[in-house]
Design a protein around this ligand. Structure first.
Ligand code: AMP
Ligand code: GLY
Length: 424
């Protein structure tokens, strides 16, 4: 099969690495890709926002499957345009991508189909939103309705902080993504990421993970896209997975089909495991980054077979097998991230890290005069396996120590919660 992978991050490097291992693969292209992905695929300078250009490329190269990594092209409807051109694609339609594209849409779906989630209200009027915050009190969570580059959520510990967040959101801080604000109850518990491959009808559980959103050790400092992850998430016991499927994922699949927007692609449920059971915090319609990197390390089966079955509506016949081992990824980011970054700093030592048995997935990297340099916020993901999370962690950090990149930094405590639990 000829496959085109869209995207350029660590998530896509991990997907490319796993797709490249498939005996079914003839040729892998990536657009735009990055220097790490270029080791597994031919990178092509396609403008992914130009859907007609992507379609022309697929016809020219006889592409059998398009795999979409990030959410932006999905929310922009690339899967619809490809399907209308009779090109197979792994990823949801624009209508189904609203599960990530609009928090209000997802909350209304939850209300309509009885899916457990935080109690909420939606507002476009400042005065009404303010009154609701005052009425509810703190802690309370304020969210821009649309996609706001991971910055649209405030977990407010005081009414004043919540009011400021509401004012910023409706005042245009997130542009059109903040034209509507969702205000919701603050949930208590442990967070977990849960993934399912979906084909419109069937949802096949596809692993669990936990990530670390805060930039600093001890889960302190500003939120980021994720500074590290491990899989599996100990809190997602087989019983909890079964309950999440029954109470959250299956009603979502049924509800989306009923709304005329059946979901296919990867459904990423951000969960809070509360005293009352699993509750949905949010959906994403793509793999998590860096959660995908640890899932790919643990996946035993052929990724291409699974993604193709999802695109074909054939998941009902499939199963998924995982390595028993845990996997853990440490994100190495450019100094200054998630604020102002230093770009162009040289990176060495990737081979030495690999010799430790780790995978080094590249995210924000570039080649300058043949040398690898940093070219983004999150730059490298160093991922390793081990019999326990503690062992995977030791292996990953051993490999991290081989990377020679003075322009970067990383958290030293990825996996702490699971490691504590293993000790207990
Ligand atoms: P998001 O940007 O939507 O991924 O949300 C960022 C983070 O905010 C989540 O990972 C949670 O830690 C937190 N969060 C979002 N909604 C809630 C909620 N209703 N209760 C508690 N924490 C929340
Ligand atoms: N690591 C969280 C995300 O990809 O949204």
């Amino acid at each position: 099969m000829n496959v085109l992978l869209l995207g350029s991050g660590g998530r896509e490097h991990a997907l490319a690495w796993k797709l490249a291992a498939s005996p079914l693969l003839t040729k892998l292209y990536a657009a735009p890709g990055n220097p790490g992905i270029a080791e597994e695929a031919e990178c092509v300078a396609l403008d992914v926002a130009d859907h007609q250009a992507v379609i022309r490329f697929c016809r020219e190269k006889a592409i059998d499957l398009v795999v979409v990594g990030p959410e932006a092209p999905l929310v922009a409807g690339i899967a619809d345009d490809l399907r209308n051109a009779n090109i197979h694609v792994f990823g949801p339609s624009k209508a189904a991508a609203q599960l990530e594209g609009s928090k209000g849409f997802t909350k209304d779906l939850c209300a309509k189909f009885g899916i457990p989630t935080a109690a909420y209200r939606r507002f476009t009027e400042l005065a009404a939103a303010r009154d609701y915050v005052r009425e509810q009190g703190a802690p309370i969570v304020v969210k821009a309705d649309g996609i706001a580059a991971g910055k649209g959520v405030t977990v407010a510990t005081s009414v004043d902080e919540a009011l400021a967040a509401v004012e910023a959101c409706l005042g245009g801080a997130f542009g059109s993504a903040g034209a509507e604000v969702v205000i919701e109850e603050c949930l208590e518990g442990e967070e977990a990421s849960f993934f399912c491959l979906c084909d419109g009808i069937t949802a096949l559980p596809f692993g669990t993970a936990q990530d670390h959103k805060r930039v600093g050790d001890g889960d302190t400092g500003p939120n980021t896209g994720g500074m590290g992850a491990y899989s599996p998430a100990p809190v997602m016991t087989p019983e909890m997975v079964e309950r999440t499927m029954r109470e959250i994922v299956e009603p979502t699949m049924k509800g989306m089909a009923e709304l005329g927007a059946p979901f296919s692609g990867v459904l990423f449920a951000g969960l809070m495991i509360t005293a009352e059971g699993p509750k949905l915090i949010e959906y994403n319609v793509r793999f998590g980054d860096p959660e995908c990197q640890v899932l790919m390390l643990r996946l035993k089966d052929d990724l291409l077979v699974l993604l193709n079955a999802a695109a074909d509506g054939q998941l009902g016949h499939m199963s998924v097998r995982w390595q028993d081992e845990a996997a853990l990824a440490v994100v190495m980011a450019a100094k200054g991230y998630p604020g102002t970054l230093e770009k162009g700093t040289p990176i060495a030592g990737i081979e030495a890290a690999r010799e430790q048995g780790a995978q080094v997935f590249q995210a924000g990297t570039a080649l300058r005069e043949g040398k690898l340099v940093a070219n983004g916020g999150r730059v490298l993901n160093v991922a390793a396996s081990g019999a326990t999370v503690a062992e995977a962690k030791a292996n990953a950090y051993e490999a991290v120590s081989k990377i020679d990149w003075p322009g970067g930094f990383y958290r030293r405590d990825i996996g702490w919660r699971a490691v504590e639990r293993e000790k207990a």
